[in-house]
Design a protein around this ligand. Structure first.
Ligand code: DAH
Length: 382
């Protein structure tokens, strides 16, 4: 008896026959021989590299067995047999494909049982813990301040960071060429000289334009806070950043007075910094408020005394006061831009820098820390 292995070797290797006859019976025979050959060859494969040779013999685009089947069987078929031959050829391709894929799985030991074993999953193991993120200190401060005003019945409005000259300046009563514009270190978008001034685009330098946008769409009574990002052409150092955040506030109704402004801001500062903090209002100038004031709070580091640890307090430069925000009664000219009746309504506005508040609240000594993204800094606010 001849041993199986040498019987295999002596077997004539498969070649795709030319078909003389395209009858169903002849096709059956050709397909049967072909499939027997592919199954036999698949069974003889013992390694991945052998499998590759085997695959190429059958699948190679030029002159692989399947491409030969295409030429010798399908293309050669007479017109009336094409349909039938086409179906058989498709079937052959599918079966050959499957046989070759199965051979690879076998090579990789990837039968369904071994695969199940390999991918065994113990669902009782503890999961992977992903650390929870924390609010960024700037956003946290902003949310806290917004929360204080929400509790007073204010709602929140937002506006675009790319603004027109009209909203950032003109409607806020900064006339063209007025020197007050110089204080804003504006970043303008280039190549807009052909547009009228009021339509030219810039990066908003403050959140005050949202006041105008709000009054355009809402009739009094208005009580809103407008948090957001602003941009200035400032060189960066420990206290300046070209990008920072502000919160704007606006209240317009009948009979709103400077007293309401003082009471509101005094309450907000106490809510943020503690009930022992005192406020004081210092005359100032903003084009969109009249009168205008800067608000100072008693120094939270030295309790307003001006000295600490036997020396002058560095945080308030020994004055006992820290300047924190701007405010005032809305200038009647502003009402003119939004169709409010300046004879019937009055209101106040205020604006504050969020980073500045966060710096004081958390004792941060460099504004850059907020933007560098160093997790060792950020983790302290979890
Ligand atoms: N927009 C001002 C600035 O960025 C801040 C400000 C001051 C806003 C007084 C106000 C205000 O609403 O009444 O310099």
């Amino acid at each position: 008896m001849v041993p199986i292995s040498s019987r295999m070797k002596t077997k004539v290797p498969y070649t795709v026959p030319k078909l003389k006859d395209f009858s169903p019976a002849a096709l059956d025979e050709a397909v049967r021989t072909l499939l027997a050959a592919v199954v036999r060859e698949a069974g003889a494969v013992t390694s991945e590299s052998e499998w590759k040779v085997f695959r190429d013999r059958w699948m190679a685009r030029t002159n692989g067995f399947l491409s030969q089947v295409n030429t010798l069987w399908l293309k050669a078929a007479p017109k009336d047999a094409k349909r039938d031959v086409g179906q058989r050829v498709n079937e052959v391709k599918k079966r050959v494909d499957e046989t070759i894929a199965a051979a690879l799985e076998r090579m990789q030991g990837m039968t369904s049982t071994s695969r199940l074993n390999a991918e065994h999953l113990d669902v009782t193991l503890p999961g992977i813990k992903r650390p929870l993120g924390a609010e960024h200190p700037v956003i946290k401060t902003m949310n806290e301040m917004v929360g204080v005003f929400r509790n007073l019945g204010y709602s929140v409005e937002e506006g675009p960071e790319i603004e027109t000259d009209y909203y950032n300046f003109e409607a806020l009563n900064f006339p063209p060429n007025h020197p007050a514009r110089d204080t804003q270190d504006t970043l303008f978008i280039a190549h807009q000289e052909s547009k009228p001034l009021r339509e030219r685009l810039l990066l908003r330098t403050h959140t005050s334009p949202v006041q105008i946008r709000t009054m355009e769409k809402m009739k009094p009574p208005v009580r809103v806070v407008c948090p957001g990002k602003v941009h200035r052409n400032d060189a960066l150092d420990a206290t300046h950043s070209p990008i920072f955040h502000q919160i704007e506030g606006l209240a317009v109704d009948t009979n709103i007075t400077f007293c309401d402004l003082k009471g509101t801001l005094d309450h907000a500062m106490k809510a943020m910094f503690g009930s022992s903090v005192r406020t004081r209002f210092y005359p100032s100038f903003f084009p969109f408020t009249e009168p205008s004031a800067d608000v100072q709070i008693s120094c939270i580091f030295c309790g307003g005394r001006g000295y600490r640890d036997g020396g002058p307090c560095r945080n308030c430069k020994a004055s006992g006061w820290i300047e924190l925000l701007g405010c005032g009664m809305v200038d009647p000219n502003v009402y003119g831009f939004v169709d409010y009746d300046a004879k019937r309504v009055s209101g106040f506005a205020f604006g504050m820098g969020v980073e500045r508040i966060a710096i004081l609240k958390y004792g941060v000594d460099d504004i850059q820390l907020f933007f560098n993204g160093d997790v060792r800094f950020l983790q302290q606010f979890g």
